[in-house]
Design a protein around this ligand. Structure first.
Ligand code: HEM
Length: 154
């Protein structure tokens, strides 16, 4: 094989081996990352507004209000901020959650299934109030349902 020929074959080999083509090819579809649920929900201010509405509903509900009775204003504010940080973090936002894990936070409260169902109802009402689209509502409900085992019956 002549030098020229060998060079051509080598170039063909490298190209077929994917070194150059992979670099030139369009990025695979998986590289196009979907926006986080945090972004889809509208970012920090939206999550914060949703959380504040939801917690106010829980704290003023005739059956759930008892859980929040012993908290002073500063404690209520801490819980509120922690829930915002938690949900921001859990939906892929940039927040750092420094509160207790879900089991510890709800240990000793003995939240029942019926009380959980009432709180889920409040969450649906909150999401409807803020006109969160159905797809995002389903995603939020899925994320919240995954926490039920750590919150109920502790
Ligand atoms: C729906 C999902 C829920 C989430 C994501 C959630 C999240 C949290 C978070 C992040 C905290 C703060 C923990 C800390 O400050 O270290 C907390 C505390 C608390 N949660 Fe929940 N929670 C949920 C449901 C409920 C329900 C259904 C109730 C009662 C009906 C409840 C009652 C409380 C109370 C009373 C505290 C304060 C505990 C304390 O500091 O003494 N939570 N929750």
């Amino acid at each position: 094989m002549s030098r020229k020929h060998f060079g051509a074959v080598l170039l063909g080999f490298v190209l077929m081996g994917g070194v150059v083509p992979r670099a030139l090819a369009a990025p695979p579809q998986a590289a196009a990352k979907a926006p986080s649920l945090y972004t889809q929900m509208g970012g920090y201010d939206a999550i914060s507004a949703v959380t504040n509405d939801f917690i106010t509903r829980l704290a003023t509900d005739p059956q759930l209000g008892k859980f929040f009775v012993g908290l002073n204003d500063a404690s209520k504010q801490r819980v509120q901020q922690h829930v915002i940080d938690f949900l921001c973090n859990a939906t892929g936002g940039p927040c750092l959650y420094l509160g207790q894990d879900m089991k510890t936070a709800h240990k000793g409260l003995h939240i029942t299934d019926a009380e959980w169902n009432i709180s889920v109802q409040h969450l649906v009402e909150t999401l409807n109030k803020f006109k969160v689209p159905q797809a995002q509502q389903t995603a939020v409900m899925g994320a919240i349902s995954a926490l039920k085992g750590d919150i109920v019956g502790q």
